[in-house]
Design a protein. Sequence first.
Length: 467
Amino acid sequence: MATHQSAHAPSPSGERFAVLDPATGEAFDEAPDQQPDELDALVGRAHGAWRSWRADPAARTTALLAAADAVEAAGADLAPLLTREQGKPLAESYAEIARVTARLRYFAELDLRPQLITDGRPVCSEVRWRPLGPVAAIVPWNFPLQLASAKFAPALAAGNTVVLKPSPFTPLATRLLGSVLSAALPDGVLTIVTGHEPLGARLASHPGIRHVTFTGSIPTGRDVARGAAASLARVTLELGGNDAAILLDDVDVEKIVDRLFWAAFRNCGQVCMAVKRVYAPARLYSHVVEALAQRAKTAVVGAGLDPATQLGPVNNAPQLARVERYTAQAVADGARVAAGGRRLDRPGYFFAPTVLADVPARSPVVTEEQFGPVLPVLPYGNLDEAVEAANDTGFGLGGSVWGTDLGRAEEVADRLECGTAWVNHHAELSLAQPFTGSKESGVGVAGGLWGLYGNLTPFVLHVPQEA
């Protein structure tokens, strides 16, 4: 294919912005603040690269497998930088990079073959799959590399090119990832752009973009969809969740408490499909609250580069303010703080792992996505009441049911109005399975063959059969 060059071009404007370390709250590096008027040239380059990239599936497979090898080899450079700008423990950064590598290999080796349609007519009808064109991928700050690969790996494997915009809170590891990938990918196939709004809005509405894939908030997702509608580009939107965990009356609290805690607090609770509400039967309620509170009190909170750290800081000041606001509102509404409940008195954006009891059902910490280290626990009187409460939300990303009788737990999980439901665990995904949300949690599908098809359009070829 083409020659290998940098995956991101320097900004002609020369403007830059500071990147903060959430463990200190201080700037430690800078990134280019690219401007919306620079996108025409970058999208044009992506369109030019698409012509050859889409034409050779075997070469794409080879390039993507080489890209996976390059990312794996660069782990020791990528992981510390990811932790420095995002805040997560170093071990979690290495796990995120491993996921990038695995996803590249998975999609590189998927084989899409034409499908014959036989319907009795004297015509051979064959369904083939064609790539869409340049794809805009807009990624948030909680899993910058993993979510980026969830977008660019299937898009590239399908034969599209990608213009990728990370969050301005976490641009550096993504830029380094782009440089690593440029050793394996032709110029223009994957381009990284960094900057503040309206850069993302302009990218989503750019007339040269044929598919916009976005992960972020519901209000921003609506804006992205409106922007993409101007050129009738396809959209895939993953818009967060407010996942409920229902504990059945036969649950072994001591057996599941550690798994339940980490399902809520991993990555400092900054996970779209984390447990964000727990519903416990009334007779076990006090036990559940105390068990989760004890686990929260023993979690080691610190800088992600410290090997002893289990929970890092909240990523950024606006998100920390949101977590503080929701917690304070819950307490004002009558909630009891069983653990945490406060910002830690140290530099950086640290908030103590918080478990709230006796929270009113309509408090924002229950009804909204708090996206931080705060977990409300609510009692229920009967199971129908718990299922109704779990489903009483505009979100519909995931949910889980926890109990000893697996058949009964499965029946309850099947009643949850969400894209994925788990029994006795939560937020675990295979690369081969679809990931989607219902209600306001998303549009379209990521993951597995479904994610690949989301980056393709069918083309049907009719050829008459000989008499």
